[in-house]
Structures are given as C-alpha cells and as structure tokens.
Design a protein around this ligand. Structure first.
Ligand SMILES: [Zn+2]
Ligand SMILES: [Zn+2]
Length: 338
C-alpha cells in the first residue's frame, strides 16, 4: 500500500520564511518585499523583523500571503564582545492571522533599528511581566514554550552564524522547526547549510521540520537563494500554517521535490532533474543514487531498514544546489513497527 508523505496532488507554494524589512533593519519596505518576491514566483513571505511583531495582513491578496512573525534575538553570551558572543535567534510565525500579540515582550529592552519606532504600537500580554532574555537553555526554552503555547510556529535559526555549539542547540526543546538553510549566512557567516546540525537534532529524536529562508536585509544580494515549498490545498493563512505544523513542506536552494511516498517497505522520491539523490538516516550507512553515464535522474527509492530512527532525502542539482526533505521518523515510514 502506498503511503504519501509529500503529496503531488497538493499545490506547492514557494515561501521565504525569514525576511527583514524597514520595520527593523532591512532596506526594503514590506510592500517592496512582497512585490519583488512575487515577481520571482513566490506566493508567501513570512515577515520576521527583529523583535517587533507587526501585522501584515493588508499585504495579502489572491496570489500572495503575508505570514505575521518576528525574529527573537537578545539572547547573548554574557561578558563577551558583540562579535564573539554566542547568540540565539528564533523565528516566530503566528498560526492564526488574528493573533497579533507578542508572546515574549519586554516593555523597554531589545529593540533596535526602526523597530524602536513601533514600540508603542505593540500588542502584548499586559498582565505578564517583561520577558528578560539571557543566553541560557532555560531562558531560551521558556521563550520557545511561550511561543508554542500562544499559537506560534517556532523555528530555531542559523546556529553556525550564531556561534552556537551542538551542546547549545541540542538542549533546546519543544520548537517546531529548524533552519537547515539560511541563505545570507553563506555570505556573512560561517555557513548557511546546517544539514549536519539537523541530523544531530534528528538523532536525538527531535521531530523538527526543515525550513529554508533568505534572512535577507537587502544591503547585499541576499534574496531568492533559499526557500521553503509548502504543500497545501489553498493559499489561505491557516491552510499554510497547518501544512507547516504537519511538515507538508521541504527546504531548498533550487531543486524541487515533487512527491515522497512509502511503498513496499521503500522510501520513494520524485524530483526535478538531479545530479544525485541521497537517502540518509541515523545509521552510519546511507545510499546515493546517480544517473547512468552522468545523466540526471528524477526518481529514486531506497529500502527502509526497520531499525533506523528516521530517514531524510537530499536532492542535488547540477549546480550543486540542494533540496532537503524533513526527517521522517520510523513510525511514519513503517507504522506497523510502532
Ligand atoms: Zn538571525
Ligand atoms: Zn534574521
């Protein structure tokens, strides 16, 4: 029997899940970002300005959806200079379009750039004390917990740019997703690709969706390099956030994943033309499939070993750009093994 994991019958909507506008320290206005991303074939932009949560529902139209969010920073290692301190950045995207209250607000700290001028417009939980941020797993996990509790899709971002070590990000609990590719970190950070960190998280059993985003501020060419494809029936706010919650999406720098399914004990994938297709898991061993005589391939299958914890798929195109499936755990792949 065929079990579909990424359904080719659904429409895949192209999303930039991490962007900065003139609401904080970006160069483009929210409207300009909508127009430039729409012109490149995107249907969705998650507005994730630093620390301030502004509603952008007025930007949405029949062909474009603005997701309301923000990127929480302000967690910085104590006593170190700005350029060598570890930090932690987390993107929050509201699951509902009418959820406009900041879940971890501080009345007087943490805002910078143009965000300062929005302080007095911010809605928040007025009966709660100011949320003080410190770079400890306890504080970061509390920020994640409050975000989830108050209706947000919560993604841990770019640990390599943030100088975070495995001992740091493996201690974070309860978030929804992990930023496997942060495009701007290819230029101003150590590396944008976090696939090794993603496997470390999956090996620990953390069921995190894989997200890619540009993290563009538009001072350099930092747009259109990393996106998330979200499979849904309609381009409606809750349909899209539900698809994210359910992991009906993948991360990419270019290649497309058209369908993923399980059949006869094997994991199958169909993709855009690829130089190779790689299956990996928590096992030391995986398998990479190449076309014959250097030809490109667009489909592959690989046996699901019942003893693996999870599997994931990487598609690599002839420009060495990757698409990354999320990790699929064994109870999804082989339900009878639960
Ligand atoms: Zn960041
Ligand atoms: Zn950012």
């Amino acid at each position: 029997m065929k079990k579909i994991l990424l359904d080719s019958k659904l429409t895949q909507y192209k999303a930039n899940m991490h962007t900065h506008s003139t609401v904080s320290d970006g160069l483009k206005t929210p409207e300009e970002l909508r127009d430039m991303y729409m012109a490149e074939g995107y249907s969705i932009v998650a507005y994730t300005d630093h620390d301030i949560f502004v509603c952008h529902n007025d930007l949405s139209n029949e062909h474009f959806l603005a997701l309301n969010g923000f990127e929480l920073g302000g967690f910085a290692e104590y006593g170190k200079s700005n350029w060598e301190a570890k930090v932690c950045h987390i993107c929050y995207v509201a699951l509902e379009p009418d959820n406009v209250r900041h879940p971890v607000w501080h009345r007087s700290k943490y805002l910078y750039g143009n965000a300062v001028s929005y302080r007095d417009t911010q809605a928040f939980y007025e009966d709660e004390p100011d949320f003080e941020r410190s770079y400890t797993p306890e504080c970061i996990n509390e920020a994640i917990r409050r975000g989830r509790e108050k209706g947000f899709f919560v993604t841990h971002n770019h640990p390599y740019f943030s100088l975070e070590e495995p001992c740091d990000y493996l201690s974070y609990e309860g978030h929804s997703a992990f930023e496997i590719m942060n495009y701007v970190s290819n230029f101003n950070g150590i590396s944008g690709c976090h696939s090794v960190a993603y496997d470390a998280l999956l090996r620990q059993g953390k069921r995190l969706v894989a997200i890619a985003g540009d993290d563009n501020h538009n001072f350099v060419h930092d747009s259109f390099g990393a996106f998330t494809m979200i499979a849904a029936e309609r381009l409606e706010y809750r349909e899209i956030t539900k698809a994210l919650e359910e992991g009906r999406c993948y991360a990419s720098e270019g290649p497309e994943i058209k369908e993923i399914w399980v059949e006869d004990g094997k994991l199958h994938v169909k993709s855009s033309p690829a130089k190779h297709i790689k299956f990996s898991s928590n096992s030391r061993w995986g398998q990479t499939f190449f076309g014959e005589n250097g030809e490109l391939i667009a489909e592959a299958e690989y046996e699901i070993l019942p003893e693996v914890k999870y599997m994931r798929i990487t598609i690599v195109d002839d420009h060495n750009r990757c698409a990354y499936s999320r990790g699929y755990f064994i109870d999804e792949l082989l339900p009878q093994n639960e």
